[in-house]
Design a protein around this ligand. Structure first.
Ligand code: FES
Length: 161
């Protein structure tokens, strides 16, 4: 365990971690909710944040890193203000998700996994989002957008500040 404490939560976040530790039978059981809490507040989980959670929960840092690698819902890099996630699974792929992704890359001037220079957009791909009936689709900041066309994408991007 390391005591690297460069990362800290807000006072409220600290209190929530304290509540988690009381609620769960073991610190190990509190790991996922604690990581969620950190991501919710910081937007992503840096190495410093991972070390912070390990120290708080008195768990080996390796265990925290292992969990972060296993669960893809944790962001390991700082995201832009808006996170665009294009579904590239089979239904969306059959309906042109690759072309949608190409369009977004060209429009934003970034590749998959990158963030625009102004820090506004991060572009990612995801597996099936369970909305295959609306393929091709994408999610932006947890909101679903289906039946995508270039015009629709232009409108969506314009509506985001
Ligand atoms: S394949 Fe894209 S939502 Fe299911």
């Amino acid at each position: 365990m390391t005591d690297d404490m460069n990362f800290t939560l807000s006072k409220e976040g600290e209190e929530k971690i304290g509540t988690l530790l009381k609620r769960y039978p073991s610190t190990r059981a509190a790991l996922l909710p604690a990581l969620w809490l950190v991501q919710d507040e910081a937007g992503w989980i840096s190495d410093e944040a991972a070390e912070y959670v390990a120290a708080k929960l008195d768990l080996p840092a390796a265990e925290v890193y292992g969990t972060l690698t296993f669960y893809t819902m944790f962001n390991r890099r700082k995201l832009g203000r808006h996170h665009i996630e294009v579904c590239t699974n089979i239904c969306c792929w059959l309906k042109g998700s690759e072309e949608i992704l190409t369009y977004l890359k060209a429009k934003l001037g970034i590749n998959e996994g990158e963030t625009t220079e102004d820090g506004k957009f991060t572009l990612s791909t995801v597996e099936c989002l369970g909305a295959c009936g609306e393929a091709p689709m994408m999610m932006v900041d947890l909101e679903y957008y289906g039946d995508l066309t270039h015009d629709k994408i232009d409108e969506i991007l314009k509506s985001l500040n």
